[in-house]
Design a protein. Sequence first.
Length: 78
Amino acid sequence: MTEPLDELRAVVERTPAAPSSLEPYLSKVRDRAYTITDGDVEALKEAGCSEDEIFEQTVAVAIGQGLRRLDAAMEVLG
């Protein structure tokens, strides 16, 4: 089970840092992804973000958050 998790961690680590303009959106992805709308993405595109950049950052943040939750659960389970 470790190898696929290591690959996911590597994806997160090699993703370039997000521009500050994406931070409110990425915070929303981390904490309440179920509230993301097409309007959120359209606003980012209108602000000059590319679809690829939005996608890559979204995936990296979602993976990172999932791994943090998994790590916390594994710590509790000991």
